[in-house]
Design a protein. Structure first.
Ligand SMILES: Nc1ncnc2c1ncn2[C@@H]1O[C@H](COP(=O)(O)OP(=O)(O)OP(=O)(O)O)[C@@H](O)[C@H]1O
Ligand SMILES: O=c1[nH]cc([C@@H]2O[C@H](CO)[C@@H](O)[C@H]2O)c(=O)[nH]1
Length: 325
């Protein structure tokens, strides 16, 4: 008997182990610096799934990791926070992806090397194997780190069953490759670029407010229902139907922005499952991002529904130590 209940959301995306090394002194290129470092499971898709589970949603992850000790750790951690990892494929012939970041003493990123090993080998067959899972979901989230042909199959599959699709283009190079995924002949529910990714998706400038608005409308013309543009410390713009609204970020002392966009997207999706108004859902997303920005990537932010709700209502942006996992 299959005892699995259908998930609210299926996330189709990458899983990594993140290494964050922070120098304790001014970084001198080519030199060995003293500092501290830590490991934590990462990957955009996996991060979104983790945050959804922490917010109390039922979520399944479709992903690929190596059959190696790092993959063991990533899966054990992700299952432990409540994500269904039944459809995470283990492959003996590839390494689990790693994201290796070096930060300076103020927390700014100096350089990051992403070895997307297993995610680069994420074949459409892994998505096909999750057909029944996708069919039963209320929403599917696809992130741009997976190969384009796999993302294409994932979107088609969800649309075949009329399941709304969220697409996160994740970076400029990935957004350029993913441009043709957004087409007028198939609807995407939500696309979430930052300004540079908006340009990469549309071939239009997106520096001024007027340029952003024009580029956003060109995505609507290509079948995207909701466009939510991330503007970093400024906040975001959300656009759908007759609504076009800029939202401020929740001010915070930034310690590490890694994963803030992933938490923001998870929190937004969490609210959508409750039929909350989209602008209110976006505000909830900003609160989750602010909480995540105030925490080192290596110390996972335990996003709980009440913590984010308090923050969105003007409450504290920093979790107390008891609230941290
Ligand atoms: N300096 C900041 N102060 C307050 N909030 C911030 C700051 N930087 C980022 N944020 C919050 O995090 C959200 C996501 O950050 P950003 O817009 O930089 O996303 P991104 O470009 O997709 O980054 P990433 O790919 O690293 O997630 C912002 O919309 C905002 O809510
Ligand atoms: O090229 C990449 N950079 C960063 C990530 C992941 O982004 C996450 C933060 O949003 C982080 O966990 C890292 O693994 C990736 O998968 N590929």
């Amino acid at each position: 008997m299959n005892l699995h209940l259908p998930p609210d959301i299926v996330v189709i995306g990458g899983s990594n182990m993140d290494l964050h090394a922070r120098a304790h002194e001014q970084v001198v290129m080519g030199s060995s610096m003293s500092g501290s470092a830590g490991l934590s499971p990462g990957g955009v898709g996996r991060n979104v799934a983790e945050n959804l589970a922490r917010l109390g949603d039922s979520v399944a992850l479709v992903s690929v990791v190596g059959d190696d000790p790092i993959g063991d750790e990533v899966i054990a951690y992700t299952e432990d926070v409540g994500v269904d990892c039944t459809y995470v494929r283990r492959r003996a012939d590839v390494r689990t992806g790693t994201y290796n970041a070096v930060l300076d003493s103020s927390g700014e990123l100096v350089v990051a090397v992403a070895d997307m090993a297993a995610t680069d080998e994420f074949s459409p067959l892994v998505v096909e194997a999750a057909r029944d899972l996708v069919k039963s979901a209320r929403g599917v989230l696809v992130e741009g780190n997976i190969p384009v042909r796999t993302a294409d199959v994932a979107i088609d599959l969800a649309r075949e069953f009329d399941v709304p699709v969220v697409f996160d283009p994740v970076s400029v190079p990935k957004a350029k490759r993913a441009r043709d995924l957004i087409r007028a002949d198939r609807e995407l529910y939500l696309v979430t670029p930052n300004q540079a990714e908006l340009t990469a998706l549309t071939d239009l400038p997106a520096d001024s407010d007027a340029e952003i608005e024009k580029a956003v409308h060109s995505l609507h013309d290509r079948g995207v229902g909701v466009v939510w543009v991330r503007l970093g410390a400024r906040g975001s713009v959300i656009s759908y139907n007759d609504v076009y609204q800029e939202l401020p970020a929740v001010p915070t002392d930034v310690v590490d922005v890694t994963g803030a966009g992933d938490a923001m997207l998870a929190a937004f999706a969490h609210e959508l499952l409750r039929d909350v108004d989209l602008v209110a859902a976006a505000r909830f997303g900003h609160a989750a991002a602010a909480l995540t920005c105030g925490t080192h990537d290596t110390v996972r932010m335990d996003l709980s529904e009440s913590l984010v709700r308090d923050c969105a209502a003007g409450g504290p942006v920093r979790a107390t130590s008891e609230e941290m996992a």
